[in-house]
Design a protein around this ligand. Structure first.
Ligand SMILES: C[S@@+](CC[C@H](N)C(=O)[O-])C[C@H]1O[C@@H](n2cnc3c(N)ncnc32)[C@H](O)[C@@H]1O
Length: 242
């Protein structure tokens, strides 16, 4: 047995340093947005899709939206909490010939940081209203591990459903099997953002307040207008319009 494989003093020390440093408690923290931005800039150079990132469900949802879209029209995506546009990069890698119009809704600090990554077809907004005005209509709503961080998750769901998208993908949801309640999520800074950690960052703890929405209520909100096409691990829900 190679003991060195298990005793990794450097890794242990890095984790210890992260544990002792003051935790980040805010998604708007400069260090967090800077790390996600730098990781995304590097990730945008990827030329081959890495399926181990769990991107296949987004690609499935986008495939349905593209198939149901009108010929010659771009597929319009509202990506709520889409960070610096990582999901757009994955979508463009898989569907290089598809015409996409992609609006990311993010926190003001993430939007400020991501602005330099904007193109004709990828834009960043601070509100669903501004994003949907630019998109005109919405084919796909993508939401990957974002709803639990907002102050009013029910309000965000209502606002997104009112846009009547053809397809809705809720990924990495943190729902409650009972009543809606507030909880805490602990993670490490280095686990945020796609791909490798750039030089110059020190690991830190990140502690976020999250709201675990009642799963029954979440599902009920979609019942009138949407059909649940697939779900996975009680964390992923893909709906299409009835
Ligand atoms: C766990 S990260 C997920 C990022 C990205 N969707 C992904 O899968 O890599 C949560 C994201 O939600 C964003 N977020 C937090 N509060 C938000 C809010 N009120 N409105 C929009 N985005 C928000 C954060 O800035 C962060 O980018």
């Amino acid at each position: 047995m190679r003991l060195g494989k298990y005793l990794q003093p450097r890794k242990y020390l890095a984790r210890l340093q992260a544990a002792l440093a003051k935790p980040i408690t805010d998604y708007e923290a400069d260090t967090l947005t800077e790390l996600v931005y730098q990781k995304t800039v590097a990730f945008n150079r990827t030329t081959t899709l890495d399926l181990s990132m769990g991107s296949e469900r987004l690609l499935l949802a986008l495939g349905i939206a593209l198939a149901e879209g009108a010929r010659g029209e771009p597929c319009r995506v509202l990506d709520f909490g889409g960070a610096c546009g990582v999901h757009h990069t994955l979508a463009a890698l898989m569907f290089p010939d598809a015409a996409l119009r992609w609006a990311v809704v993010e926190t003001p600090s993430m939007v400020r940081k991501a602005r330099s990554l904007e193109t004709e077809t990828l834009k960043f907004f601070e509100s669903i209203k501004a994003a949907s005005a630019w998109l005109d209509s919405v084919d796909l709503v993508n939401n990957n591990s974002a709803l639990q961080y907002v102050d009013d998750p029910l309000g965000v769901i209502h606002e997104l459903l009112a846009l009547a998208p053809k397809v809705l993908l809720w990924e990495r949801m943190m729902l409650s099997s009972g009543a809606t309640h507030v909880d805490q999520q602990r993670s490490l800074l280095f686990d945020h953002g796609p791909g490798a950690v750039p030089a110059g960052f020190r690991n830190r703890k990140v502690v976020n307040k999250i709201t675990r929405l009642s799963r029954d209520e979440f599902l009920r909100m979609h019942e009138a207008g949407y059909r649940l096409r697939c779900q996975a691990e009680q964390r992923t829900y893909l709906f299409s319009r009835r």
